[in-house]
Design a protein around this ligand. Structure first.
Ligand code: C2O
Ligand code: CU
Length: 471
């Protein structure tokens, strides 16, 4: 999608770092989604749908084992639902796509909106997050039925970092040298607003996008933490980058120039067992990679540029680090990071196949799982708590498959072992065209109704989602 504004020169705008949310009381947060204007393209005002009016939203930081309550208030003109991606969350707090939070003071009848019932509330909802999970890079975003893609595109996404003692005891870079990086592509209309080819620009009734974009909306501007191709001044020292691909549909292969090596220390579900050196990292929408890079390896004054080998033209550019000063560095990447129990798949573990493919939805085009569109009442997929199952994902084109509630481990990709980007606990796995990926899933607790879906947000909105019951 070609922007109608002049695109800025890369590596001029400073990298923003989202503020850390302050609790309103111990372990309680209030986040208000509202419309605000933000200068993203220099000289233009972009209306954003922002958590606390900013994009990315404030970063929520919590401790493993310490329950928090996040009150999400909706001052947007449309309903919303918040999901904590990677959260081990009871079903009523998980952001079921029909559990709408209606706009504050809005009395229009949204309830019959989809002809499907959910737990609809007015104004705000408290999400209780037990945080009974290890340290990891999570993120929260809109998850409203049919309208997740335009809502996230317009700004409804933020980081949620879970910390724990295991990770705190490691000498990894911290403070200013730990950076959350939310990477996403967007396009801009002539007035500076986000250009999204939705059929209903008001996001009120009619879901879907123009025919040309049903495979996924691709922008021509790469934003990092909401800024186009930013630049960041750094010490000549190790830095920890928590990279999230928050794009609707774009995949990246990120590499660094200048001979700076990328050491992967974590994945969606937190630290790996041991660091892995990578030439580049590939991320599909929804995935996170936690990496350590050592800017002390290059002379002060060097520019180190992160580029996207899968991009074309301007989408090859991502972010530049400018190494500006020598500094003391006590950080290190230990050989042992954390305990990750290898997946044990019993010989008699059930194998469930989910086939992700284009399909017809009534009279328009859409995306299906096992030939079916999302059906909240579907009772086909029932997994007992505590049981290990092999879920086999089969695809036509690229689909990043995301499972709610608990992380999984990749056991096979394309007939052999896990690929180079499959290590550790994952909650989103990129399944490539025509590929078969087997993952070992086990849900530990919380009985209820969750979803499994494609994290290409256009595919998700066009029904590539399935109801999963934990029983
Ligand atoms: Cu990041 Cu069900 O979503
Ligand atoms: Cu998909």
């Amino acid at each position: 999608l070609v922007s109608a504004v002049p695109l800025p020169e890369p590596y001029r705008v400073p990298l923003p770092v989202p503020p850390v949310a302050r609790p309103v009381a111990p372990d309680r947060y209030l986040i208000t989604a509202r419309v605000a204007e933000q200068e993203i393209i220099p000289g233009y005002r972009t209306p954003v749908l922002g958590y606390d009016g900013i994009f990315p939203g404030p970063t929520v930081e919590t401790r493993s084992g310490r329950e928090v309550v996040v009150r999400h208030r909706n001052e947007l003109p449309v309903p919303t639902v918040v999901h904590l991606h990677g959260g081990h969350t009871p079903p009523e707090h998980d952001g079921w796509p029909l559990d709408l939070v209606l706009p504050v003071g809005d009395t229009s009848d949204w309830t019959g909106h989809h002809g499907m019932p959910g737990d609809v509330v007015a104004g705000e909802r408290d999400h209780r997050y037990p945080m009974a999970q290890r340290a990891a890079t999570l993120w929260y975003h809109d998850h409203r039925m049919d309208f997740t893609a335009p809502a996230v595109y317009r700004g409804l996404a933020g980081f949620h970092l879970v910390r724990d003692d295991v990770e705190d005891a490691l000498p990894l870079p911290r403070g200013d040298r730990e950076l959350p990086l939310m990477i996403c592509d967007r396009s801009f209309a002539a007035d500076g607003s986000f250009a999204y080819p939705g059929l209903d620009r008001g996001m009120r009734g009619l879901p879907g996008v123009e025919d040309a974009w049903t495979a996924g909306v691709l922008g021509d501007v790469v934003l990092v933490n909401g800024a186009p191709w930013p630049v960041h001044e750094v010490d000549a020292a190790r830095h920890r980058l928590r990279i999230l691909n928050a794009s609707n549909a774009r995949r990246y292969r990120l590499q660094l120039d200048g001979g700076v090596r990328i050491v992967q220390v974590g994945s969606d579900g937190g630290l790996l067992a041991a660091p892995v050196e990578q030439d580049a990292i590939e991320l599909a929408p929804g995935e996170r990679f936690d990496v350590v890079v050592d800017f002390g390896a290059v002379p002060v004054g060097t520019d180190v540029t992160m580029t996207n080998a899968l991009g074309e033209g301007r989408t090859r550019d991502v972010l530049r680090f400018r190494v500006v000063r020598a500094a003391r560095d006590d950080s290190a990447v230990p050989d042992v990071l954390s305990e990750v129990e290898p997946p044990t798949v019993p010989a008699d573990a059930p194998v469930r196949t989910f086939t992700f493919a284009r399909g017809a939805l009534g009279d328009h085009r859409g995306w299906t799982i096992n030939g079916a569109a999302f059906d909240p009442d579907d009772a086909r997929y029932r997994t007992p708590l505590g049981a290990t199952e092999v879920w086999r994902f089969v695809t036509d084109v690229h689909h990043p498959v995301h499972v709610h509630l608990d992380p999984f481990q990749v056991v096979r990709r394309g007939g052999s072992g896990p690929g180079p980007f499959d290590g550790g606990w994952k909650d989103t796995v990129d399944v490539r065209p025509g590929e078969v990926v087997d993952v070992a899933v086990r849900f530990s607790d919380y009985r209820g109704r969750y979803v499994l879906h494609c994290h290409n947000l256009e595919h998700e909105d066009m029904a590539m989602m399935a109801t999963v019951h934990t029983v």
